[in-house]
Design a protein around this ligand. Structure first.
Ligand SMILES: NC(=O)c1ccc[n+]([C@@H]2O[C@H](COP(=O)([O-])OP(=O)(O)OC[C@H]3O[C@@H](n4cnc5c(N)ncnc54)[C@H](O)[C@@H]3O)[C@@H](O)[C@H]2O)c1
Length: 354
């Protein structure tokens, strides 16, 4: 799996947003878990771009993935400093090189897939996190470890806790159909916190709120690629339930900038929301927006399919005060602009036209 192509020069904007901090990657070695996934491939693009004359010495990236949902197909520019290998982080990784950074973006992220693979979902967030923490513990010069949690750890928040700050403890079922994801992400956070407190592992935690952008597969089953795929092929956009449930959508360039800032600037042992609080929208309204973006689109309300886990949160919106204050994070891309870019990219992908 190689980095994505970057025709719009969006990757450069991410690098610019880091300012002088980008040079902390010069000559460094980064372990990227989940490197064949949606976010992993964008990290690869950013490191490839950094190695193209921005860093004084190139950074090395060891990207590992089990391909449980990731794609082995090659894309984009080849960078000899990035190696892609098969590995399942549920087992200890035989990595001998000294590591400077670890990014743990391996997981089963899409609800349809975590229902299909509940135990693998738990393994990557719990055993996988513990294995990466053990690796971190042996690397005494490690500068940062970024653990990908999720906004789903908040469950279905009380309306008074929306927008949701990091201090909200969550309202989550431990036995429901979403528990394999929500609860294992929560335990992953606990593991990251314990290793930072007991063994000085410089771990930070990020809680992303619905990231979208080029690189999401047509069969990913998360809402933006799913709506796009259906609308592009002339099928009605299926909206679950009443369509009143809301999400905020964060465009990939804003998100990757926020993730790297969490890795480089976040306080050890702490969690940060990354998302776009301006972009909150109900699913029925989102489907309506598609009718202006893809002419001829229609929508229909449907019952929740059996493949989709019940009990979805009714509102999801981040409070970004802490990320703005500690990291200097601010999202830039509004929903309509982001969707237009995504749809333009999807239109160039043969898979989106079948
Ligand atoms: N994209 C988002 O909006 C979002 C939101 C909240 C949380 N997250 C979290 O961020 C991380 C990355 O998300 P993404 O959107 O890139 O997901 P993705 O599904 O596109 O990619 C995850 C990658 O991890 C790999 N993987 C899964 N289990 C593994 C294992 N045991 N060992 C090695 N590789 C394994 C998969 O094959 C896949 O390539 C996930 O942990 C996800 O839960 C993402």
């Amino acid at each position: 799996m190689k980095a994505l192509q970057d025709p719009a020069g969006e990757t450069q904007g991410i690098i610019d947003s880091l300012g002088a901090d980008v040079h902390r990657f010069s000559g460094k070695t980064i372990l990227l878990a989940g490197g064949a996934g949606f976010l992993g491939r964008h990290f690869q693009s950013v490191f490839t771009r950094m190695n193209d004359g921005i860093l004084q010495k190139p950074c090395k990236v060891i990207s590992v993935d089990s391909y449980i949902t990731g794609d082995q197909q090659q894309h984009g520019v080849h960078d000899p400093h990035i190696v892609n290998v098969w590995a399942d982080i549920a087992y200890p990784l035989p990595i001998r090189q000294d590591l400077d950074f670890i990014i743990h973006a391996a997981g089963v992220a899409s609800p349809v897939y975590y229902m299909q693979y509940p135990l693998e979902t738990i393994d990557s967030a719990v055993q996988g996190t513990k294995n990466l923490m053990e690796l971190a513990r042996r690397n005494k010069k490690l500068e940062g470890l970024l653990y990908f949690s999720s906004s789903e750890i908040y469950g279905d928040p009380d309306p008074s806790a929306v927008p949701t700050p990091e201090t909200y403890h969550g309202y989550v079922s431990s036995t429901g159909p979403r528990a394999c994801y929500d609860e294992s992400k929560r335990l992953g956070e606990t593991i990251a916190t314990i290793y930072s407190q007991r063994y000085d592992v410089p771990a930070t935690i990020v809680r992303p709120f619905n990231v979208f952008g080029p690189g999401m597969k047509h069969n990913d089953r998360r809402v933006v690629p799913m709506f796009t795929y259906e609308a592009m092929n002339g099928r009605s956009i299926p909206v679950h339930g009443t369509g009143h449930q809301t999400r905020t959508f964060c465009y990939i360039t804003d998100a990757i900038s926020g993730f790297l800032k969490t890795l480089l600037r976040g306080k050890v042992g702490e969690a940060y929301n990354i998302g776009n609080a301006e972009n909150e929208i109900a699913m029925a309204k989102l489907a309506e927006l598609y009718t202006t973006l893809i002419p001829g689109s229609t929508m229909k309300l449907i019952d929740y399919p059996e493949t989709y886990p019940a009990g979805e949160p009714q509102r999801r919106c981040p409070d970004l005060t802490k990320s703005a204050r500690d990291l200097g994070y601010a999202s830039q891309v509004d929903l309509k602009t982001g969707l237009s870019r995504f749809i333009a990219w999807a239109d160039t992908q043969p898979d989106y036209h079948v």
